[in-house]
Design a protein. Structure first.
Length: 75
């Protein structure tokens, strides 16, 4: 459980860095659109796990589930 929170914290820091480096001059509408698209894509990770697409990409279920949970904790 601690690993998930640590990965979530790293993801939050990475998101803040990406915003500061690349998105701070964007309009609010463009920023909102980008964030909503990323949120929708992160919601589809469960479908990837259930349909075993991750296995076709040679990603073990455990690793994919941990990454999915870390992404979900950030969003």
């Amino acid at each position: 459980m601690g690993v998930l929170f640590a990965l979530g914290a790293v993801g939050a820091l990475l998101g803040a860095w990406v915003y500061h480096q690349y998105m701070r001059h964007w309009t609010f509408r463009n920023s909102l659109l980008c964030v909503q698209l990323l949120f929708a894509a992160s919601g589809m990770l469960d479908v990837v796990l259930v349909t075993h697409v991750n296995r076709k990409l040679q990603i073990p279920d455990y690793v994919f589930a941990v990454v999915d949970e870390a992404v979900s904790s950030v969003s």
